[in-house]
Design a protein around this ligand. Sequence first.
Ligand code: NCD
Length: 306
Amino acid sequence: MKHLLNPLDFTVEETNRLLDLASDIEKHPDRYAHLCDGKKIATLFYEPSTRTRLSFEAAMMNLGGKALGFSDAANSSASKGETVEDTIRVVSCYADICAMRHPKEGAPYVASLFSRIPIINAGDGGHQHPTQTLADLLTIRSLQGRLDNFTIGFCGDLKFGRTVHSLINALTRYSNIKFILISPPELKVPDYVRDDVLQGFEYEEVTSLEEAMPKLDVLYMTRVQRERFFNEEEYIRMKDSYILDAEKMALAKDNTLVLHPLPRVNEIAPEVDNDPRASYFKQVQYAVYVRMALILTLLDLAPELN
Ligand code: NCD
């Protein structure tokens, strides 16, 4: 049985096959409408979410299946002290596949050790978010036509942003990617990302978004992750470090893709939304296709593509 806990759990070939499947789903949704008839996904969300949980549920419904779960740990038996181990043993009796989001790093991994159904990590603390990464890869590949030979800037909270950690991880497996890491000194990527994941790759750590703008083929904006700060004052000091607006967009290339995993708070001004380079709402749609492809793959129901 296969789980998806980390973006590297799939080989590059498996990842590319999954993206091909997602693109085929985009073209021919009707062919996929009943492949999961009678199947159920459990969405166990111990942390807030709009997109990730709803897109997993929409993905399963688009495939003909159903969804059940909880969206708040306070409404689950976790509030009575039940462990993740026991919860997943129980949920294995109700559903065929499970997407779990948890504030503790590694919780979906623990669940996978006790589960009888595939577990998908839908975000674990400040650690990883592999399905957002699949959505990001599909968006870049679909809109830019390739997953190699480009410069990507990550901007904002690179310390706590799990989407950043996962996407950097995944992109190191494609060729000739340059990374520009744009953040205040306090919110730089964790040491393991710099000293381990990025070792041997071309990267620079900078503080100025303006200076980086003209070099970027992809700009990945992120929210300052309030819920991971130890103190509110520090969050308030950091929260508006970067605000992407029309003036900064004027410094970018004509075909730079602007991505954001969402939710945004202040870091992208609404005036940017109408810029044809703003691709963050398209990213939301690609995420549904990629989660459909992932569900089919983990349930061993993916058809062969010609
Ligand atoms: C992200 C997350 O939960 O890490 N949201 C998402 O799933 N699209 C990003 C964020 O919360 O800032």
